[in-house]
Design a protein around this ligand. Structure first.
Ligand SMILES: [Mn+2]
Length: 439
């Protein structure tokens, strides 16, 4: 993998010598942090570039790219190799970690661990390693790679390369309960945190104060310490207290993990919080604000904080809408068609939250749908780690009616034509009911 990165970086430097660059990246946290790492590096190299952040890499986006520029795809492209081959683009670079299903075309230089050892690493991590080859003094960008790693939930099993990135970035880590931000007063964080939902504490300021008193954590002049300020013993008291109150948390490992602190705007921040903030900006259609946040442009912090607040409100109201609208329910599945009442960029998150809630039994498949222009965004989640392979179910239907599928066994999504709305619902019901007979 390292050799490969070295080779491609060398080729990239030769290619961009007299050409402008287009960066095309994905709108999630991993894609945005990857783009920010690349932007910073190209600026330092005094290169001319243009950035575009997209939700999906559609064929028209690829075919409209100017042919005389060097195009670098970040966190996407591996699924679009056919389109890229047909595009007659001359110089294409891809840094990505998604599965590859096609042959690598001749005009493509690709870095993807799926081809080399399959190590679990985010695109932001790969982009960081790549940029370090372009410009060795890039270690200050390691923190962005870590934020992207968290965005893609790859922090539970830190791989070899990620470990190296953590060391190079001098990232402060601490074991503790994963309630974030770990940098703000505990009472506020416990009250407003809903993941995990802690009965008697989440949304309950009085309950929070009782809880902290029981754990022996006192306020000083009315101000409670942050999680990061606690010693080991206090930290474990908090963990035990949370577990005692939460029947859904069965093992310590469900709640304890590594807390990562990074310096942004010269202040220590919880990388999980920054990751969530970037995600919110991207999903609300303002990825440029998130990029500015990563680049530490002063105005961006306030702007992304207010987008983050707006996003959290939209999720809560989306959950309310999902609970109220008429659903199609069958044995061990539920279809929630929000049409235009929930943003297409939020239905996936809503499906995830519902799949972790106590409202649905293990083995249930949750399907949420929302309009996205002349398409429909469908998200599917399995409740508990059992039951159907939700990706396979979507694949089967989409093969019949057309569309694009992505994801894996427990979390998948697809994009279908709006004209296929009824057909999709009929077909998926058919397939779910038949599959049940097979079980
Ligand atoms: Mn990614």
């Amino acid at each position: 993998m390292k050799k490969r990165i070295e080779q491609i970086a060398k080729k990239f430097l030769e290619t961009v010598h007299d050409k402008d660059i287009i960066i095309l990246s994905h709108y999630d946290t991993d894609g945005i942090t990857s783009a920010a790492i690349m932007i910073k590096t190209l600026r330092r190299l005094d290169k001319k570039f243009f950035v575009k952040i997209v939700k999906n890499l559609e064929e028209s986006i690829i075919s409209n790219l100017p042919k005389d520029k060097v195009v670098i795809f970040l966190d996407l492209g591996s699924n679009s190799l056919g389109y890229i081959e047909q595009s007659s683009l001359e110089d294409v670079f891809i840094i990505d970690h998604h599965q590859i299903i096609q042959q690598i075309p001749k005009n493509v230089n690709i870095i993807n661990p799926e081809l080399h050892g399959k190590e679990k690493i985010s695109t932001s991590g790969l982009t960081y390693l790549f940029c370090k080859e372009l410009l060795p003094e890039s270690k200050d960008l390691a923190k962005l790679a870590i934020v992207g790693m968290i965005g893609d939930v790859l922090e539970k099993n830190i791989s070899r390369l990620n470990k190296q990135i953590l060391e190079e970035g001098e990232i402060i880590t601490k074991r503790g309960p994963l309630i974030y931000p770990s940098t703000r007063p505990l009472n506020r964080v416990l009250e407003f945190n809903s993941n995990p939902y802690i009965p008697g504490i989440t949304g309950n300021p009085k309950g929070v104060l009782n809880f902290l008193r029981e754990a022996g954590i006192c306020s000083e002049n009315g101000k409670y310490p942050s999680l990061m300020e606690l010693d080991e013993q206090e930290m474990s008291k908090i963990t035990t207290g949370i577990m005692l109150r939460s029947p859904k948390i069965k093992n310590g490992s469900d709640i304890i993990g590594d807390i990562f602190l990074i310096k942004l705007f010269n202040k220590l921040e919880d990388a999980r919080e920054i990751s969530a903030m970037i995600n919110a900006c991207g999903r609300l259609g303002e990825p440029h604000i998130a990029i500015q946040l990563c680049l530490e442009i002063p105005d961006a912090k306030k702007k992304s904080e207010s987008l983050y607040v707006k996003y959290k409100r939209l999720i809560i109201s989306g959950l309310e809408i999902a609970s109220k609208i008429e659903k199609i329910e069958g044995k061990s599945f539920v279809i929630i068609n929000a049409k235009s009442s929930i943003l297409d960029t939020l239905v996936g998150t809503i499906a995830s939250i519902l799949s972790n809630s106590p409202f649905y039994e293990d083995g249930t498949m949750i399907i949420t749908m929302a309009y996205a222009g002349n398409k429909i965004k469908v998200s599917a989640r399995g409740v508990g780690k059992q039951g159907r392979n939700v990706r396979a179910v979507l694949n089967e239907v989409v093969e019949k009616i057309g569309g694009e599928v992505g994801g894996h066994e427990f979390a998948a999504g697809c994009l279908i034509d709006k004209s296929k709305e009824q057909l999709f619902i009929e077909e998926i019901q058919k397939s779910l009911e038949i599959e049940l007979v097979k079980i």
